[in-house]
Design a protein around this ligand. Structure first.
Ligand code: NAD
Length: 320
């Protein structure tokens, strides 16, 4: 049985990855950490929690000395829209934080999981579909840190024999925790607002097509990649994974199949619109399918039905 540490555990991904890891390895063996204190009733609460700023290497090292860790899932990051507003913070957290994790992990011989993103692509990337290996010239600071992070992981694997693996997550849709300041956040907010007010004003234009994924698929992909036979992995890091692509108007139409009175309005945020337009419409995930058997389970219709069912009757989080 493994001991694992999760950074950024209170975020949108960590809130669902921590319970999944605890189900797999035992609650007491999964150390959830975040720079924030945990909120009462948070699902990541049921087990060990430590405050950790990933830019503090000494604090991270101290945790590796306290727990016999086998793996680190490094989720702490500043996401796209927030990174444009706070570029220095984003550089420090996304780059120094990652470097710290890779350094302590190589010394302790831990396995490492590092998520990348569709933000690692840019305007000159082929957008439909975006190949696994292609041009990566992003024009956002978040994207720059994601490409640099992918390269750093690729460097650490052969140079230090570090077993570091990663996925390029599409926009993630989930109901447990609110999203943390990304460009695809609309696809989560729309569900909360549809149920509470019967309408939503979207900050992206109606025809902005982006790759999306329902969180249960993203969590399963993470666990499957980390368990995959290393001999079959030609890439290891930064695998494209795809489930479905949609535009805001297509998502609204899908919600209207369940809630016919739902109304969608648009007030475009130029910053997030420009970011979205530089990203892929669809990802080619054939490398993930061939190398470790990736298959999504949720499409737009089944994700929408499940989100509405799970959220019905729940309180709307303040951030939505
Ligand atoms: P999030 O913003 O919801 O959560 C990030 C967490 O990191 C927060 O809880 C925050 O408190 C914590 N954090 C921030 N600075 C920290 C620091 N210095 N030290 C420790 N913790 C710190 O993000 P998320 O959606 O859970 O994303 C997790 C990972 O997945 C990130 O690497 C992100 O780039 C990637 N990703 C997410 C999406 C998405 O749609 N959510 C898409 C693509 C990639």
């Amino acid at each position: 049985m493994k001991w694992v540490l999760v950074t950024g555990a209170l975020g949108q991904v960590g809130s669902e990855l921590v319970p999944a890891l605890r189900a797999a390895f035992g609650a007491e063996r999964v150390i959830a950490t975040d720079i924030r204190p945990f909120a009462p009733n948070h699902p990541a609460l049921e087990g060990p929690f430590e405050r950790l700023d990933c830019t503090d290497r000494a604090a991270l090292q101290a945790l590796l000395e306290r727990y016999p860790l086998d793996a680190i899932y490094h989720l702490a990051a500043i996401l796209s829209a927030r990174a444009e507003a706070q570029p220095e913070l984003a550089w420090r957290v996304n780059m120094e934080g990652l470097h710290n994790v890779l350094e302590v992990a190589r010394r302790a011989r831990c396995q490492v999981f590092v998520p990348s993103s569709i933000a690692a692509f840019g305007p000159s990337t082929p957008h439909d579909p975006t190949p696994q290996d292609t041009i990566q010239r992003p024009n956002t600071l978040y994207g720059v840190t994601k490409v640099a992070g992918e390269l750093l992981c690729d460097y650490y694997a052969p140079r230090f024999g570090l077993d570091v693996r990663g996925l390029r997550y599409p926009g993630l849709i989930s109901y447990t925790a609110p999203p943390g300041g990304g460009t695809t956040d609309y696809a989560v907010e729309i569900f909360h607002q549809a149920l509470k007010y019967g309408q939503y004003t979207c900050f992206l234009g109606p025809d902005t097509r982006l790759p999306m994924m329902y969180m249960p698929d993203a969590i399963r992909a993470t666990l499957e990649l980390m368990q995959a036979d290393p001999k079959r992995l030609l890439h290891r890091n930064a695998f494209n994974i795809a489930a479905f692509s949609c535009t805001p108007s297509e998502l609204a139409a899908e919600i209207q199949k369940h809630r016919p009175d739902f109304k969608m309005y648009y007030a475009i945020d130029p910053v997030r619109q420009a970011i979205a337009e530089s990203w892929p419409h669809r990802l080619d995930d054939s490398a993930a399918r061939a190398e470790w058997g990736w298959r999504p389970q949720f499409d737009l219709a089944s994700m929408t039905a499940d989100m509405l069912e799970k959220l019905s009757g729940r309180a709307v989080p303040k951030e939505a």
